[in-house]
Design a binder for this molecule. Structure first.
Ligand code: IVH
Length: 671
C-alpha cells in the first residue's frame, strides 16, 4: 500500500464515493461510520503527504453535505456548526487548557453536559411563535427544506409556547435539534416491517434520516419520529447568554430537551460523569454516541471562536465504538414461528464493548446480496444497546479470493419443503404449517413467560415432545397424558407431574394471555389486553369484522385485517377448537360494572380533560356499560371534548354529533 500511494488514493476515492452515495443518497450505508472515517482519514493522510495526488473530486475536497435535489433550499441564518471530538479524558483536559490560554488569566469555566444524540440535525424557524420552516443541516450554510415532513413529528411544537400561559414567543427564533427514533419506537417500526414482509431497518439514525428526506410527507407521518432540541442558531427579540439558560428557555417554550442534560461548575465534574453515562447508555430510550460538553458562558464561547466548522467552546466526547472486525465462518439458517427464514452469522468470537460476540444478525438474504457478504469475509460487526449484534458489511480490501458467496437455501433445512418468497417481500418463508422448527418456535413462544407461562417446558423438553410426536401444534400441549410421558427418556415422575400441573394452571390463564400466546402478527400483550377487554371471549373475537377492529383505539389499518385474517384461517380455527375441547379458558372475567347508565352508547374522546386521563375516562365509560371508539362517525353517541381538541371535534360538528365535557359525562354516567 505504502509503496503506491497514487493507486491507494484512487482506490480510496472510489470506495468513499460509493459509500457516500449509499449513505447520503440512499440512506442505506454499506459500511459503518468508523470504517468510513478510517478510510477517509487514510486518504487525507496520503493527500497531506502527497499534495500532488489531490484531485478536485476527492471526497476530502468538500465538507460533508447531505443536500438532495428533491427539496427546495434554505439558507441558514448562521452557519450550522459541527463539533470536534475527544476520545479520552486527556483530550478533554487538553481542550480546556487550549481554551484557557486564549482567555484572560484567571477565567473560570463552567460547562453544560448534554447527551450526544445520534440523530439528524434539524433547524426550525418560528415567526411570532409559529413554525414556518424546518431545514436539514445540508452543507452547513444551505439546507433542504423539509418543513412538511418535520411537521408530522409529534414532539415538534407547531406553535410556541406550547403552554398558552407560558412566556411570550420571540419575534423570530431558529432552534437547532436532533431528529431520531426512540428505541422503543424503532423496535415497533421494525416489528411492523417484519409483519408486512418488508426489510427491517438496520440503523436507527439512517432510518430517521431516510424518513425525514421522504418526498411524500405521509410516509414520514407513518414513522414514529421524535426530536430533542439543544441550541438557538439565531433569534430576534430575546437575549440569552448562558447555554444552560438556552436549555431552560427551550424547555419553557415547549421543546423537548434530552433527559440528563446538566450544568457543572468544572470540567473535572464533567469527567467524573463519563463512566455513569457509559453505563446508562443502554438503559436510555434513545441512541447516544457520546456526550457534548459546552462552555456555559456564551460570550466566552463566542470569544473563543471557531476553527473550520468546529466552535472551540464545545466538544463531543465520543464513546469507544461498539464495533469490531472478525471473520464470518458460516451462516446458520433460522426458521421462525411464522415460517420466516433468516440467515445468521457465525463469527470467530470477538470482544465488543464488554461482550463476547460469536453470532450476529445478517438481516435477510436481500441485504446479504446487497452488501455482498461472503463466508470467509472479515466483516464489521456492530452492537448497540441490547439488540442483537449485526453485520454491517464486509471489509472488501481484506479478501483473498477464497470467500464463498451466500445464497438462500432452496428448501427448508428442517423439513425440506421448498421455500417461497411472497411477491414484493424480502423474506423467504417455509410454507409448511407442520414444519417441526416452526412448531418448535411457536411452542417456545406459547409457553414463554409473557404468554401462557408454562414452567418446565424448556427447550430440551419441547424438542423431545415434538421429535417423539407428542406435540404437532400448540393445542396438543393440553392433551398430554401422564402414562405415555413417563415412558420417555429422562421424564421421571416428578418432572411429568410438575409439567402436567403447570399445564393445568395454564388452562385457566386470563383471556388476554391466551390471545398474546397465539402469536397473531402484531398482537403483543397490550393489543391482546385491549382485544380481551373489548370482546370478552375468543368466540366474539372470531366474529369481529375488519371495520369493527379498526375502530378500536390502537388498532390501525395494518393490524385490523391481520387479526381478522388470522381468525378466518381454517388452520387457526381448528387450533382454537382443539384448545376449547381441551378445556382452555376462552372467556374474560366478568367486568365489575357500576351501572348500566351508558349501555349502548359510543363515545369518542378528544383533547385533555380537566381531571381524567384518557385511560381513566375510558374506564369510567366502560364501568357504566358504554364503549369508547377512536373515530367519530354517525354512530357516535357523544364526543367528549377536553382542552386543545383535535380534528375529531371538527368532525363531530360536521356530523352533528353532540359534544360534551367531563362534567356532563359524569352526569350521564350518574357519578
Ligand atoms: S451542539 C455549535 N449538542 O452532533 C454547536 N450537537 O458531531 C454544535 N449533536 O452536528 C452542535 N447532540 O448533529 C450539539 N447536545 C448536542 C448534540 C449535538 C447531538 C450532533 C449534532 C452535530 C454533531 C456533531
Amino acid at each position: 500500500m505504502q509503496s503506491d500511494p497514487a493507486r491507494r488514493a484512487a482506490e480510496l476515492r472510489e470506495l468513499l464515493h460509493r459509500y457516500a452515495y449509499y449513505y447520503y443518497v440512499l440512506s442505506t450505508p454499506l459500511v459503518s461510520d468508523a470504517e468510513f472515517d478510517q478510510l477517509y482519514n487514510e486518504l487525507r493522510q496520503i493527500e497531506e503527504e502527497h499534495p500532488e495526488l489531490i484531485t478536485p473530486d476527492s471526497p476530502t475536497q468538500r465538507a460533508g453535505s447531505d443536500l438532495s435535489e428533491e427539496f427546495p433550499k434554505v439558507r441558514h441564518p448562521a452557519p450550522i456548526l459541527s463539533l470536534s471530538n475527544a476520545f479520552s479524558e486527556q483530550d478533554l483536559i487538553a481542550w480546556e487548557e487550549r481554551n484557557l490560554r486564549l482567555l484572560p488569566a484567571g477565567t473560570k469555566l463552567s460547562y453544560t453536559l448534554e447527551p450526544k444524540l445520534d440523530g439528524l440535525t434539524v433547524v426550525l424557524e418560528y415567526a411570532n411563535g409559529v413554525l414556518v420552516r424546518a431545514a436539514t443541516r445540508g452543507n452547513g450554510i444551505i439546507g433542504d427544506d423539509v418543513t412538511a415532513n418535520v411537521r408530522t413529528i409529534r414532539s415538534v411544537p407547531l406553535r410556541i409556547p406550547l403552554n398558552p400561559t407560558g412566556p411570550k414567543p420571540p419575534e423570530r427564533l431558529f432552534v437547532r435539534g436532533e431528529i431520531l427514533f426512540l428505541k422503543h419506537d424503532f423496535e415497533a417500526l421494525n416489528q411492523r416491517q417484519i409483519e408486512a414482509g418488508l426489510p427491517v431497518y438496520v440503523n436507527a439514525r439512517n432510518a430517521a434520516s431516510g424518513a425525514v428526506k421522504q418526498k411524500d410527507s405521509r410516509i414520514t407521518a407513518n414513522r414514529p419520529l421524535s426530536a430533542f432540541f439543544y441550541g438557538i442558531v439565531d433569534s430576534v427579540g430575546i437575549t440569552l447568554d448562558k447555554q444552560w439558560d438556552i436549555l431552560e428557555y427551550l424547555r419553557d417554550m415547549g421543546f423537548p430537551i434530552a433527559p440528563g442534560s446538566e450544568l457543572f461548575p468544572t470540567l473535572s465534574d464533567i469527567i467524573q460523569q463519563i463512566p455513569t453515562w457509559e453505563s446508562r447508555r443502554d438503559s436510555l430510550d434513545f441512541e447516544i454516541d457520546g456526550i457534548v460538553v459546552k462552555v456555559n458562558d456564551l460570550r466566552i464561547a463566542a470569544e473563543l471562536g471557531v476553527v473550520g466548522k468546529d466552535p472551540r467552546g464545545a466538544i463531543a466526547y465520543k464513546f469507544p465504538p461498539r464495533e469490531a472486525r472478525t471473520r464470518l465462518t458460516a451462516v446458520q439458517v433460522n426458521v421462525g414461528r411464522t415460517g420466516r427464514v433468516v440467515p445468521n452469522a457465525v463469527l470467530e468470537p470477538v470482544f465488543i464493548g464488554g461482550v463476547t460476540v460469536s453470532n450476529a444478525s445478517l438481516h435477510n438474504y436481500d441485504m446479504v446480496k446487497k452488501l455482498d457478504i461472503r463466508i470467509g469475509d472479515i466483516v464489521v460487526v456492530q452492537r448497540s444497546g441490547d439488540v442483537i449484534p449485526y453485520v454491517v458489511g464486509p471489509v472488501v480490501e481484506l479478501r483473498d479470493g477464497d470467500e464463498i458467496p451466500i445464497t438462500p437455501p432452496e428448501r427448508c433445512p428442517f423439513c425440506e419443503t421448498p421455500l417461497v418468497q411472497e411477491e414484493g417481500a424480502v423474506d423467504y418463508l417455509c410454507p409448511n404449517r407442520y414444519c417441526p422448527e416452526r412448531i418448535y418456535r411457536q411452542v417456545e413462544f406459547f409457553v414463554s413467560r409473557g404468554a401462557m407461562d408454562i414452567e418446565g417446558m424448556g427447550p430440551q423438553t419441547v424438542r423431545t415432545l415434538i421429535d417423539k410426536g407428542f406435540i404437532r401444534d400448540t393445542a396438543d400441549i393440553f392433551t398430554l397424558q401422564r402414562e405415555p410421558l413417563l415412558e420417555l427418556e429422562r421424564f421421571g415422575e416428578k418432572k411429568v407431574d410438575n409439567l402436567l400441573a403447570a399445564i393445568e394452571a395454564a388452562r385457566h390463564r386470563p383471556l388476554a394471555q391466551l390471545i398474546t400466546a397465539l402469536g397473531i402478527p402484531g398482537v403483543g400483550s397490550t393489543v391482546a389486553a385491549v382485544l380481551a377487554d373489548r370482546y370478552g371471549s375468543i368466540e366474539a373475537l372470531e366474529k369481529a369484522s375488519v371495520e369493527e377492529l379498526q375502530d378500536i383505539e390502537g388498532i390501525g389499518p395494518v393490524l385490523a385485517p391481520g387479526i381478522a385474517n388470522w381468525f378466518a384461517d381454517p388452520f387457526n380455527r381448528q387450533l382454537l377448537d382443539k384448545m376449547r375441547a381441551a378445556g382452555v379458558n376462552m372467556r374474560a372475567e366478568e367486568k365489575q360494572k357500576k351501572s348500566n347508565s351508558l349501555d349502548g352508547l359510543t363515545f369518542v374522546l378528544t383533547g385533555t380533560l380537566p381531571n381524567l386521563t384518557r385511560d381513566e375516562a375510558t374506564k369510567l365509560i366502560e364501568a357504566h356499560g358504554g364503549r369508547v371508539s377512536s373515530s367519530v362517525s354517525k354512530k357516535t353517541s357523544y364526543v367528549v371534548v377536553g382542552d386543545s381538541p383535535g380534528s375529531k371535534a371538527d368532525k363531530a360538528a360536521k356530523l352533528g354529533v353532540p359534544m360534551i365535557g367531563e362534567e356532563e359525562l359524569r352526569k350521564l354516567a350518574g357519578e
